[in-house]
Design a protein around this ligand. Sequence first.
Ligand code: LER
Ligand code: MN
Length: 280
Amino acid sequence: MVKYGCCLSLYSFGPRPSGGSADIKQAAMCFKDGVLKLLGNGFDYIELNTGSIVNISEDDYAIVSEAIRACGIKVPTFNCFIPSTLKLVGDNVDYGEIEKYIEKAMERIEGVGGKCIVFGSGASRKVPDNFSMEKAEEQIIVFLNLCEKYGSYNGLTVAIEPLNRMETNMINTVSEAFRISEKVDLPHVGVLADSYHMYMENENAEILKKVKEKIFHIHISDKNRSYPGKISDGMDFKKFFGILKEINYDKTISLECGFDDIEKESLLSIKYIKNLWKIA
Ligand code: LER
Ligand code: MN
């Protein structure tokens, strides 16, 4: 059965640290209270950004892990895999650093019950001007093979996320992500479809039928990152869900939206989505 989640950061429910170091205990407490409310509102899980648990010390990781455990959940999906400073394409690619980062990130993600990591990371895979697109694709393939190596070891999959052309200049469509996933043909590497990026790229939801075997995870939000149910002149979610049902999609669907009041609006949205899924 499909499961519904909500993309969060550690600071979705409390003050963001300004500049200096965060009070991680305070952040973990707000986070735990917020997550419990979302679970009470009908979400099955939460999705975190990878930096939330990788760019922190071992002690802070222990505090965050404990907050997650205290919610009685695991965090199955993580997004924003690679930080913008770690380049995957171009003339300044350091595979030693990339491998070290993948190893650490996957170990920590696995430690909180992770199953699937979203490889969007538009800045890391942005091809520099005058750099060969073919060479960039070869570099991405080396990266995906490293993901396979550590993914098979940690029991984690990596979903290539197409991002619209405002965010990056390679892999902008589901069709393109699928082509690369087929080319590498690695069991732990698949594709994510994000309704927002599909909308921005005018990509027809029919593509989901063609790539169904490789879809590992779904992100949803409407035009301008509005939450589903907020506006009426954006995505055709009935069609989107109708196709997901037709292909018997039964994995995870995470809301990835902008909220003014996350508790109230995510509740409106999850009700809207569950109802639409029923009737789609
Ligand atoms: C990440 O999942 C994503 O969709 C990006 O647009 C965020 O920058
Ligand atoms: Mn996304």
